[in-house]
Ligand binder design. Structure first.
Ligand SMILES: Cc1cc2nc3c(=O)[nH]c(=O)nc-3n(C[C@H](O)[C@H](O)[C@H](O)COP(=O)(O)OP(=O)(O)OC[C@H]3O[C@@H](n4cnc5c(N)ncnc54)[C@H](O)[C@@H]3O)c2cc1C
Length: 262
């Protein structure tokens, strides 16, 4: 047992926040969390473990834990709003919740706008979180949930020009889930590669009113992702870098560019 003096001298543990990765509609009465196990080796070759993530991982099934809910910053827009989602690692958590919620909204009769997902992790065999679920949500056999059914791109068109029916059709047939594997032996790719290689499509969606969401745990990721979006605005929207910077600052102010990073 710790003495009162020890307790008084010990700082309180900081709270750890975890995004909810389940959907109130699809998983009523449940709350799912998607937790990455934190561990690293110091410069002096000492193994260090993240406190809370390792405590959670050590719990047996059925363990009871004290938790509380805090209001998050990410809000799922209405079903007819286009979404562009960019996430790495456990940053997938809030968007798993979004996509399950939209699946349940569709099952209840709503028509969905497309959702374009850029997901980044290290290896397809290692930390491809919810691979099976993404496979289902992205495949035509399962109703192509990510592609949605609303033709919200019609007038604005991929590339912002509109009117090119052939391009429009090709656009619809593309996969709406774009993975990037940073430690894959054959192709070391990041989500920023995906955004740049899908530039015309990304720009078409933004011009058609898409809301952009970014989440993840990697230090420079949000900055790099914003730079990739600015490059898209320059390359496809004819902006110069200063205009692109202002454009995304406005998106942010309008609540159309939201980042949650840790
Ligand atoms: C809004 C929000 C939502 C979040 N959602 C999620 C989520 O859905 N899933 C999830 O897994 N996490 C999420 N997090 C992060 C989570 O809250 C914890 O920070 C994380 O789980 C680590 O906690 P821990 O107690 O295991 O590690 P800690 O004991 O707190 O250790 C983490 C600390 O260790 C140090 N560290 C870590 N790696 C290294 C390294 N390689 N080299 C040197 N030092 C290092 C860093 O200082 C780091 O701050 C979220 C955070 C926020 C703010």
């Amino acid at each position: 047992l710790l003495s009162n003096a020890t307790c008084a001298a010990t700082p309180r543990l900081q709270a750890r926040l975890f995004s909810i990765s389940s959907s109130p509609l699809a998983h009523p009465g449940e709350i799912h969390a998607t937790v990455s196990l934190v561990s690293w080796t110091t410069h002096y070759k000492r193994q260090r473990l993240g406190l809370c993530s390792n405590m959670l991982a050590a719990q047996p099934p059925g363990a009871r834990l004290a938790v509380w809910l805090a209001k998050g910053t990410l809000r799922l827009p209405p079903p007819a709003t286009l979404l562009i989602i960019v996430c790495t690692g456990s940053g997938v958590a809030p968007f798993r919740s979004f996509v399950h919620e939209r699946a349940a909204q569709r099952a209840a009769g709503a028509s969905l706008a497309p959702t374009l997902v850029f997901f980044g992790c290290r290896k397809p065999t290692d930390d491809f979180l919810y691979e099976d679920e993404w496979g289902r949500f992205a495949s035509p056999e399962h109703g192509n949930l990510l592609a949605g059914e609303l033709d919200v791109l019609g007038g604005g068109g991929a590339g912002g020009g509109g009117g090119d029916v052939v391009e429009e059709e090709a656009h619809k047939k593309k996969s709406w889930f774009v993975p990037a594997f940073s430690r894959d032996q054959t192709s070391k790719e990041y989500v920023t590669h995906g955004i740049r290689s899908e530039a015309r499509r990304v720009w078409g969606l933004i011009c058609a009113g898409a809301h952009v969401f970014v989440a993840g745990s990697s230090g420079k990721m949000p900055e790099d992702v914003l730079e990739a979006f600015r490059d898209v605005a320059c390359g496809c929207g004819g902006m110069d870098p200063a205009e692109a910077k202002k454009f995304f600052a406005r998106m942010d102010a309008m609540g159309r560019y939201t980042v949650e990073a840790w």
